[in-house]
Design a protein around this ligand. Sequence first.
Ligand SMILES: [Zn+2]
Length: 95
Amino acid sequence: MLNYLFSKDKNSGRLMKILKRKNKIYNTERFGQPEIRVYHKKGYGKKSPRYLLKCGCCNEKLEIYYDKLGLEINGVNGSIEDWKEILLPLLHIEP
Ligand SMILES: [Zn+2]
C-alpha cells in the first residue's frame, strides 16, 4: 500500500506529498525486482528538501534536491520543465 505524508515546504510554501517506504533490503514483493529505498529530509534555511534514493540491492544512491524552480539530481541542476523533457518519456508518460 502506498503511504504518503504531507509536508509543507518552508521555502516554497507548497504542500508536498512525501513517499514513505519501509525500506527493506532486497524487497522484491511488489515489483519483481528490489524496490528502491526512499528517504526524505526536510529543507532548512537555504537548503532545499531532498530525497535520498538507495538501490534495493546495494549501497548505490541518488540524491534529489527540489524546490519550486527545479531539481538537482546527483549534482545536476535543471528546471522542472527541463527534467520533464528528459524523464517523462523514460517513465512512459507523455511530456
Ligand atoms: Zn544495487
